[in-house]
Design a protein around this ligand. Structure first.
Ligand code: PEP
Ligand code: MG
Length: 755
């Protein structure tokens, strides 16, 4: 049965057309279960009728004709219950509905399992048999497993309109759109430019003219992989790794020597596809062959082919990931748009970002905000490879992306975009005004930065300093650790640009979703692993270079604050501080005239919320990293689109944690800022005003908007709203309530497109 399951799943996942996949599936299941009928019913677009979409056993002519309204038949029962139903004598069941046109006479045994995707019912998978009591629990398990896989495939196909379930009178055909997670506010209208990362399945077809050149590119990549494999194999031999483990790499090299794989790729290039597309085609064809093999050992070898394909793709992308021809108004689309990909592409060539993975606080989204690019994250159902070059609208407020939008919709979005621009221009006039509530609470507004290009914009933005400089970005776009001199040059540029204003440089925070190509960290749970201060304390040589560079850079400017990320205990603060002191003394001994910097810690590990009292004597300030604090408090991976609905900075527990942290910090006379993304969430900012936050640090693009809120809401008013919020127990209700308050004050333009 397990083998059968693999086969069926393979067919489903490899069919170009969903309809074919459904037909395959019913045929295979019927055969494997030796049942008389297998059918698939899907909910139509109105989500009202279940329509028979594929069958093996019922009359073919009834496909797409049989439709069941809610409450009609056993299919509706399965959908309503959202659980499998197994009957030994179906015709006796009160919900049984007889369809003469399907030739349904006399099927006693029935199993129906719901097809559910992210809690939403898509349809029902059914098996029937003439015999009484034919099906076992094992049959139910098989159908349930297949239904989960079908759900993914159907959701994908449906998302892109690949399947046309007949429309009903209830709703007209909506424009094709998908909902993701708002990543960066604003509206972008442009053409999709697919960046596939190293995900082979996501590589689009692209047609090329210079076939010879493409073959040369491929050969260079293959040669490099061959060399890498040989080198790896040598290294492993030297390390006395057992021969059987090394054999795989030798086998890879042999596969690349042989004609079959490379020649097939070349043949596809000659048909006009670019090397990466030809590689995807070839690997997929090879996988098909492996999947058909009966021998389980040989079937598993398909994984090796896949791995080899990924390695060649990585090589191809080294030269091509920055696409050679970037269309005007390109919207960067990918399975995983990494922060470094985004950092490398010239700013003026892209207008927006759409990522299948990630969420509003993943570093890609943070970078998009820093660059002022509207972004939508976590569109899980987006079949990336089909949408290269497609017209696209990105609504970064709502998280919706429209594909090939009708002209009226594009026109409407252009209008909203213009209103956004108007609003931004108006808000620019606040640049030199102070961030003060009408009743006198002064809140410092700082900028978050990480890219060197930000400086000029940041300097002119009205920011009162830098509240968070993420030092890892300059590390990410280099091929080795930058040395003391290079780091010092970068830091000095920032400290100098903001002369006489405080600049907070955070020590290296790699690990989690920020990796360095030259310092790979492989962990099962990177966000709970060797990250931030844990890594730098373990590598004093890296830490000392960075601290010395920071201190040196501040010579004569005296505006440096140092911030430690991922602190979870007093001992870590003491350790980290001792390194600062050591670097400081070294530099004094070298004759430098440097002022001691202020030292702060990030409150982002929940443990710290409960240790403010103990940590306060060791630091000058606290900075709340709400991105990680939310992630760790709610146990939700901030990058995982599947659980993005659980990630909410307005969760009552997060609000309580902020409240307690700020209250405690003030009790021990330490200022506290928010440097996570909540600092630029208009709804959260009202609450932070109510909590008397001392400073907020955010992307430069958000500064005027947040200043507008501060100048509109008095502290008294914000406290009343905070008090009411503290009585609410549901983050969605909290957000609705806060949005309504923003609308009441005429600030709705901050939370949606248009004024
Ligand atoms: C945070 O966690 O809120 C934060 C500001 O740090 P980062 O987003 O870089 O992890
Ligand atoms: Mg963090």
């Amino acid at each position: 049965m397990f083998h059968a399951l693999r086969r069926i799943l393979h067919d489903v996942n490899n069919s170009e057309e969903l309809k074919c996949a459904l037909n395959f599936t019913v045929r295979r299941i019927k055969k494997e279960m030796t049942s008389d009928v297998c059918s698939i019913y899907l909910l139509d677009d109105s989500r009202y009728y279940h329509i028979l979409m594929a069958t093996d056993g019922l009359k073919r002519a009834s496909v797409e004709k049989i439709r069941l309204a809610p409450g009609e038949g056993l299919v509706s029962l399965v959908a309503e219950r959202a659980e499998p139903v197994k009957l030994k004598d179906a015709s006796q069941h009160p919900c049984y509905h007889y369809f003469p046109e399907a030739g349904e006479d006399g099927f006693d045994s029935f199993i129906g399992v719901p097809i559910i995707h992210h809690r939403i019912n898509l349809g029902v998978l059914v098996a029937q048999d003439y015999a009484n009591n034919k099906f076992t629990e094992e049959h139910v398990d098989l159908l349930t497993t297949i239904a989960t896989q079908l759900a993914e495939a159907i959701a994908h196909a449906r998302a892109m309109g690949c399947i046309t379930v007949e429309k009903t009178h209830i709703r007209s055909n909506p424009p094709l759109s998908l909902l993701g997670i708002p990543g960066s506010p604003g509206v972008a209208i442009g053409k999709a430019l697919v960046c596939s990362g190293a995900v082979l399945d996501a590589v689009p077809d692209r047609y090329i003219d210079d076939i010879d050149n493409e073959i040369v590119i491929l050969q260079a990549a293959v040669l490099q992989v061959k060399k890498d494999m040989q080198a790896l194999s040598e290294r492993l031999k030297e390390a006395s790794v057992p021969q059987e483990d090394i054999a795989l790499f030798d086998a890879y090299a042999l596969l690349l020597e042989g004609d079959s794989l490379v020649n097939t790729i070349v043949a596809h290039i000659k048909e006009g596809n670019w090397a990466a597309g030809a590689l995807r085609q070839t690997i997929s064809e090879h996988l098909d062959i492996f999947e058909q093999m009966e021998d389980p050992y040989l079937r598993e070898r398909g994984e090796d082919i896949k791995d080899l394909g990924r390695r060649i793709l990585e090589q191809l992308q080294k030269g091509q990931d920055k696409p050679t021809v970037i269309p005007d108004n390109a919207v960067l689309v990918g399975e995983d748009i990494s922060a470094s990909m985004l950092a490398e592409i010239p700013r003026d060539t892209i207008v927006g970002v759409v990522s299948v993975n990630g969420s509003g606080t993943s570093h890609t989204a943070i970078l998009a905000r820093a660059l002022g690019l509207p972004a939508v994250m976590g569109i899980a159902d987006l079949p990336v490879k089909f949408i290269d070059d497609c017209e696209i609208i990105v609504d970064g407020y709502s998280g919706r992306v429209y594909f090939s939008p009708p002209e009226e919709l594009a026109e409407e979005y252009r209008r909203l975009q213009n209103e956004d621009v108007e609003l931004s221009h108006e808000l620019d006039s606040l640049k030199n005004e102070s961030a003060q509530t009408p009743d006198g609470l002064r809140i410092r507004l700082y900028a978050n930065m990480g890219l060197i290009e930000d400086i000029i914009v940041g300097k002119e933005s009205g920011a009162e300093g830098i509240g968070l400089y993420r030092t890892e970005y300059p590390f990410m776009i280099r091929s080795h650790f930058p040395g003391e001199e290079e780091q010092c040059r970068i830091y000095r540029q920032i400290l100098k640009a903001f002369e006489s204003r405080p600049v907070t440089l955070r020590t290296l925070d790699i690990g989690g979703d920020k990796s360095l190509p030259y310092f790979p960290i492989q962990e099962e749970n990177p966000f709970l692993g060797w990250r931030g201060i844990r890594m730098t304390l373990d590598h004093p040589e890296i830490f000392m270079i960075q601290l010395r560079a920071m201190l040196l850079a501040s010579e004569g400017l005296d505006n440096l604050n140092i911030l430690f990320p991922m602190i979870s205990s007093v001992a870590e603060v003491k350790d980290a501080k001792s390194f600062v002191l050591r670097a400081y003394k070294e530099l004094l001994d070298e004759g430098r005239k440097i002022k001691q910097p202020k030292i702060g810690v990030m409150v982002e590990v929940p443990a710290l919320v409960f240790q403010i009292k103990e940590i306060a004597p060791h630091v000058d300030y606290f900075s709340i990293g709400t991105n990680d604090l939310t992630q760790y408090l709610l146990a939700v991976d901030r990058n995982n689109a599947k659980v993005a609905d659980y990630y909410d900075g307005l969760h009552p527990a997060v609000i309580q944690a902020l409240y307690q942290t700020i209250h405690q910090a003030h009790k021990y006379k330490k200022p506290v800022s928010v440097c996570g993304e909540m600092g630029e969430d208009p709804a959260a900012v009202i609450l932070l005003i109510g909590m008397s936050i001392d400073a907020l640090s955010m992307s430069v693009a958000a500064l005027p908007r947040i200043k507008w809120i501060i100048r509109r809401f008095s502290q008294v008013q914000a406290r009343i709203i905070l008090d009411k919020t503290l009585t609410l127990d549901d983050s969605k209700v909290i957000r609705q309530y806060l949005y309504a308050e923003l609308e009441k004050e005429g600030l709705g333009g901050l939370i949606r497109a248009g004024r």
